[in-house]
Ligand binder design. Structure first.
Ligand code: NAP
Length: 491
């Protein structure tokens, strides 16, 4: 059944001003599952105006901390009640395995509780200055109107990573989900409204990035823009945001390395090698798309990885046994298949996978086999560019120095892993790798309590953790003179 979806602007559920809609597709069978409003600049501007009124005129900006915490906890409670339905909807819209959607919802609920708990914790500090009569302290205040532009690979999590800290800090928000995956965001905004946020504090606009995203990024009435997506779109958003010098945060792409030393726990290193790239069909910003394996175990590692890769159960995400679903769209599937063809032309060897999955019942779905490339060179495009699909390249190394050199041979710096039973060596190596999210002897877990974000072209700022809420605040210093007397400076 196809549903007709609206947007939440200024406390009302509305269609696009133009009346246009966008068909939303289930990537498992290309069926249309909903029609979403296709907003234009006019709709985005109305949402921004509503958020501005709510923050600057209607008092949301001064809402006390306990009330902000209460609302976030109420929102979390509603998400808990609707968890299973939300997870199923996420799988319908993205294709991902249901177990992954269930994890995303559970982690998002925990994220909401985490930020509700941080609302009244000290985020400012006191300081001493040279004049003993001055008492100084800093406070954190909301930035104001926050525009949020998000990606399609983890629609629920990415939305909550922005919405939770922004509302905890007292901002009003205008959220734009990816055009391909708005359905879970629509349910989330229904919950936000039901939780009792005042009119205009939370606004949802569904529509194309080049119009709605661009309008949010360039609006002089938006004080901050938080963006998750690819590096190219990130550049556009930064340029557009320069007009009024917005506060910006950017969560961008990666080409992350996972270094496997010969002394690692072999089975764990193989298992996480698989998990690091094939979770969520490889459509993960922090995916370990480059496995860098010590020469002495390379052949054995490759053999074990390929054997396990061939056993991954691909299919309809709603089947509870499935561990890998289709890619998000036909266009994206063709991009990924194009990279695989390119890798072969560049001279890499396909150790397994490489084709679209075509078997009875799957003909319309956007499935790509989990793919492993060996015999790669560091200059190949499949080793250098983010493919954002189930494709991993293997590279050989000898010794710590070469491992670090290969790991850092990228313009990105989102995530990295090291596997070794020598913890001193593992720490030495991870400290030399230029990346913001790192794991030793595991790969992939996301912790709400830890700062998430990248070095270099992988981004600016951090989501999650204390940094996550700090990024939605301005810092104000307050200096109190306890010795009140004229300065006499111009006497
Ligand atoms: P994308 O094409 O860059 O789109 C991201 C968002 O930006 C979408 O909402 C898109 O709108 C919008 N957009 C596109 N062009 C825009 C413009 N000129 N101005 C304003 N907004 C614009 O990325 P994606 O394909 O959705 O997601 C994949 C990328 O996101 C990968 O590179 C991945 O690594 C990255 N990512 C990073 C993180 C992280 O935490 N670092 C997390 C997840 C994903 P429409 O799509 O609706 O047109």
């Amino acid at each position: 059944m196809t549903t007709q979806e609206k947007m939440l602007i200024g406390g009302r559920w509305v269609d696009a001003a133009s009346g246009e809609t966008q068909a939303i597709i289930n990537p498992f069978d290309a069926s249309v599952i909903a029609q979403a409003a296709k907003a234009g600049a006019e709709d985005a501007n109305q949402a921004i105006a509503a958020a501005k009124r709510a923050f600057y005129e209607n008092g949301w900006g001064e809402t006390a901390a306990p009330e902000r915490a209460r609302l976030l906890n109420a929102f979390a409670g509603l998400m808990e009640k609707g968890a299973e339905e939300l997870a199923r909807l996420e799988t319908l819209n993205t294709g991902k395995a249901l177990i992954e959607s269930q994890c995303d919802v559970a982690d998002s609920i925990a994220c909401l509780h985490y930020y509700a708990g941080l609302v009244n914790k000290p985020l400012g500090h006191t300081y001493s200055v040279s004049d003993p009569a001055v008492c100084g302290f800093s406070v954190r205040e909301p930035v104001g109107v926050c525009g949020m532009i998000s990606a399609w690979n983890f629609p629920i999590s990415l939305a909550v990573w922005k919405i939770a800290p922004a509302l905890a800090a007292g901002n009003s928000i205008v959220f734009k989900p990816a055009e391909l995956t708005p359905l879970s965001a629509i349910r989330i905004f229904e919950m936000l409204e039901k939780a009792g946020y005042p009119v205009g504090v939370v606004n949802l606009v569904t529509g194309p990035g080049r119009v709605v995203g661009q309008t949010i990024a360039e609006s002089e009435d938006v004080d901050k823009v938080a963006f998750t997506g690819g590096i190219d779109a990130g550049r556009h958003v930064m340029r557009a945001a320069a007009g009024n010098m917005k506060n910006i945060s950017m969560e961008l792409g990666g080409k992350s390395p996972n270094i496997i030393f010969a002394d690692a726990d072999f089975d764990a290193a193989v298992d996480y090698g698989l998990f690091g790239i094939f979770y969520n069909q490889g459509e993960v910003c922090s995916a370990a798309s480059r496995l860098i394996v010590e020469n002495s175990i390379y052949d054995r590692y490759l053999e074990a990885l390929v054997a396990k890769t061939k056993k991954i159960k691909i299919g309809n995400g709603l089947d509870p046994d499935v561990r890998m679903g289709p890619l998000i769209s036909e266009e994206h599937m063709n991009n990924v298949l194009g990279y695989i063809e390119l890798g072969v032309r560049e001279g890499a060897t396909l150790a397994c996978g490489g084709k679209r999955v075509v078997k009875p019942g799957y003909e319309k779905g956007f499935f790509v086999e989990p793919t492993v490339f060996t015999d790669t060179r560091p200059d190949m495009r499949i080793v250098r560019e983010e493919i954002f699909g189930p494709v991993v390249t293997l590279q050989r190394f000898d010794g710590e120095e070469e491992a670090v050199r290969l790991a850092n041979d990228t313009s990105c710096g989102l995530a990295a892993g090291v596997f070794s039973s020598n913890i001193s060596k593992a720490i030495r190596v991870i400290r030399k790798v230029r990346a913001g999210i790192t794991w030793i002897n595991s790969y992939g877990p996301v912790y709400n309590e830890a700062p998430w974000g990248g070095y270099r072209q992988s981004g600016i700022g951090r989501e999650l953790g204390i940094s996550g809420i700090e990024d939605y605040t301005e810092v104000k210093q307050i200096n109190i003179n306890t010795n009140v007397a004229p300065t006499g400076w111009f006497d």
